[in-house]
Design a protein around this ligand. Structure first.
Ligand code: ATP
Ligand code: MG
Length: 444
């Protein structure tokens, strides 16, 4: 992409309303535009990152055996009356009436809708387990929308739903999602810690929230320091028993403030391993048995010839929240530092003398080569001063910058800056391209 043809409306001033780094940088870098409290347009740069996050989430869901579908944003109130949640959900639910007076709502989650689909089509244990997901906009009329996309009212969520014949099988589905989440967040460059959580209005018994630690997190969390050092499981056989992996993560103390017990924490965690910090919830998994299948009559015939209510779980990831969450975890004073896996462009090319034949030619050549290698470069071909270009590129946080000017080119070199470390190297243009291509090897 050539910057001269891109839509990247940067802000010079930091908007006073933005209290935290991710919100400030997302506005300044032209990633989103706010229209109303908690309601945003995703501008091209922001959308690019969000799509990359969604792609990784999707790949890890598929690897775990989940199957993608798409449910609507608007739901009939009737389904929620059946489950009993229509009144319970309260003011967070945006209620709508259509022209003929039918009660609709903008979905805050989809348990009822998927239970309805399930009861329509699935009759036998032979068709179980089922694990379905979609990535769809949700609306929750939050009391206090804030921190930009971190607590929006309209936000993008990946939500999966599992259906099993009994509780033992439901736990197997739960464990699959547990492990898929560890891998998903690791690929996003995040250390997300599963913590025993309150189940809230979704209900049920078994539940973990996945939190990344950040000073600006909204929840207080308490955990064992060793949990912050564990690597993601990586390639595992999702057909095998995953309980050992789950046990490794759940044996050590990790709880959000609702579940925190100071006495147990002090007893179970050595003093030098006690971490108390702020956390951002990026995912939440629940196993809640027949909470919806029972009132909604979602039954299957079991091997014993009797009908059983499906045992269910649901599993959310805050896809749009993650855009902000990743920035909270990875930035400096100058701007964002994208992990390679979600960077909107793999590298920036800064033409320090646009209009000069040799400089233009060298840039075009690098641009073509990076493009051909699948790096998706952003070429700053504008006529601005060097200083403007440097700070713009630092702000939008691309992992690598190739700085091309007439002085270096006289000696056959360009400068490559690694955004994360600030390290600079003088390389020939083809070495620069090779270096960057190498860095992306193995990152998908
Ligand atoms: P929170 O405790 O932050 O309000 P929640 O527990 O109500 O979240 P869930 O119902 O577990 O949220 O939703 C699944 C995921 O969706 C959450 O883990 C979070 O990442 C994301 N999410 C929830 N509410 C919002 C919101 N208002 N804006 C952006 N993302 C959200
Ligand atoms: Mg939650």
């Amino acid at each position: 992409m050539r910057l001269s043809r891109y839509f990247l409306p940067l802000l010079k001033e930091t908007p006073a309303s933005a209290e935290i780094a991710s919100h400030r940088f997302m506005l300044r870098a032209g990633m989103v535009k706010q229209h109303s409290a908690g309601i945003y347009s995703w501008l091209p740069l922001g959308l690019k990152v969000m799509n990359k996050i969604a792609d990784i989430v999707r790949e890890e869901q598929e690897r775990a055996g989940a199957v993608e579908m798409l449910m609507p944003t608007i739901q009939p109130a009737e389904l929620w009356r059946e489950s009993g949640r229509y009144d319970d959900y309260g003011k967070e639910m945006l209620r709508i009436e259509d022209r003929s007076g039918r009660a609709l709502l903008y979905g805050p989650t989809n348990e009822e809708m998927l239970t309805d689909i399930f009861r329509t089509f699935v009759r036998s244990y032979k068709d179980l387990p089922q694990l379905l997901y979609h990535i769809q906009w949700k609306f929750r009329d939050e009391v206090r929308p804030r921190f930009g996309v971190m607590r929006g009212r309209e936000f993008l969520m990946k939500d999966s739903y599992s259906f099993d014949i009994d509780m033992d099988a439901a736990v197997i589905s739960y464990n699959k999602m547990f492990v898929a989440y560890l891998n998903t967040f690791a690929r996003l460059g995040l250390q997300a810690v599963p913590m025993r959580a309150d189940t809230g209005p979704i209900g049920g018994d078994l539940s973990h929230e996945f939190l990344i630690l950040a000073d600006t997190g909204e929840s207080e969390v308490f955990c064992h320091a060793d949990l912050l050092e564990l690597d993601a499981p990586g390639a595992v056989d999702f057909g095998a028993d995953l309980q050992a992996i789950v046990n490794e993560r759940t044996a050590l103390y990790a709880r959000t403030e609702e579940m925190h017990d100071a006495e147990i924490f002090a007893k179970d965690v050595p003093k030098d391993k006690q971490v108390s910090a702020r956390g951002i919830e990026v995912g939440h998994i629940f196993c809640f048995g027949d909470k919806y299948s029972k009132p909604m009559g979602a039954k299957v015939m079991g091997p014993d010839g009797k009908e059983h209510f499906a045992q269910m779980g649901s599993y959310g990831i805050g896809v749009s929240r993650l855009v902000g969450g990743i920035i909270e975890a990875s930035h400096d004073e100058a701007g964002i530092i994208w992990p390679l896996s979600v960077a909107p462009f793999g590298a920036g090319i800064l033409n320090l003398r646009a209009g000069d034949d040799d400089t233009d030619k060298a840039c075009e050549d690098i641009y073509a080569k990076l493009g051909a290698a699948g790096i998706d470069p952003l070429y700053d071909d504008k006529a601005d001063r060097g200083g403007v270009k440097f700070s713009r590129m630092d702000l939008i946080g691309l992992p690598f910058q190739i700085i091309v000017g007439p002085r270096g080119l006289k000696d056959g070199i360009v400068e490559v800056k690694t955004r994360k470390t600030g390290e600079r190297q003088n390389l020939t243009p083809s070495e620069a391209v090779n270096f960057i291509v190498q860095q992306f090897k193995g990152i998908s």
